[in-house]
Design a binder for this molecule. Structure first.
Ligand SMILES: Cc1cc2nc3c(=O)[nH]c(=O)nc-3n(C[C@H](O)[C@H](O)[C@H](O)COP(=O)(O)O)c2cc1C
Length: 221
């Protein structure tokens, strides 16, 4: 099959330099932590735009780019999201969640209070697009969850690298987000990314700082 090609833009640098850069990146990314106490301090929109563009460059199934990012700055919408999320989370913590799940969450100290959804300056809701519509034709997307997961990882890495803090929040279920944000039923909320600066004396669970060793997370053959 014939397809159009263009020359790859890639500069090969010395391996010593590659090794140094990989260590530099690890030293930056290992300090990323989920936070739950945010300042209201806002920041330039271009930081979010650049990070979304970085996310949009992610590898993805058949380059169909099955994602949509909704950026929320509106106090009114943030309040609506908080109210709806807390309603679901109260049900989750008090009725739905199995004992084992609640036990796994214990060291994080989380509960149904989601004040960060109103306090943080920016919420980014990432949607998975199950299919797209082009000229009235339904186009199925492939490997949607994998693609959106990778894009979200790049978004988080870019925001952290740039100097911001975040929480990946997933109230369960999240269907209320389609209604509040007026997104079509072909889209499914993936995560809410709560973005901003940490509150003065922001505390994090010590448990979250304990990461597995290279031996535990990899096999070399
Ligand atoms: C898919 C996903 C969903 C998450 N949902 C929540 C959530 O709803 N509430 C919360 O407080 N943290 C949530 N987290 C954050 C995790 O608790 C956190 O990433 C984990 O404890 C490790 O801590 P760290 O991010 O500081 O390394 C979520 C993380 C992921 C990846």
């Amino acid at each position: 099959m014939k397809f159009e090609t263009i020359k790859l833009k890639h500069t090969i640098i010395p391996v010593k330099e590659i090794r140094k850069k990989s260590k530099e990146f690890y030293n930056i990314i290992k300090n990323r932590r989920s936070i739950r106490e945010f300042k209201s301090q806002s920041f330039n929109d271009n930081i979010i735009k650049n990070s979304i563009l970085a996310a949009g460059s992610a590898p993805n199934g058949a380059n169909l780019q099955p994602w949509h990012f909704v950026v929320i700055k509106s106090k009114k919408i943030k309040k609506e999201i908080r109210n709806a999320a807390e309603k679901e989370e109260k049900k989750f913590y008090n009725k739905i969640a199995p004992r084992a799940w609640l036990d796994a969450l214990k060291p994080l100290g989380t509960d149904s209070d989601k004040k960060f959804l109103e306090e943080a300056p920016i919420l980014i809701v990432i949607f998975e697009k199950k299919f797209s519509i082009k000229k009235n034709i339904k186009i199925k997307n492939y490997y949607v969850k994998e693609s959106v997961g990778i894009a979200t990882g790049i978004l988080i890495s870019c925001l952290h690298y740039a100097g911001l803090c975040m929480l990946t929040h997933t109230p369960s279920p999240m269907t209320f987000l389609n209604k509040i944000l007026k997104r079509p039923s072909s889209e499914k909320p993936f995560v809410i990314l709560v973005v901003g600066f940490p509150e003065e004396n922001c505390k994090i669970p010590k448990f979250a700082t304990k990461k597995k060793s290279i031996k535990q997370i990899s096999t070399w053959l």
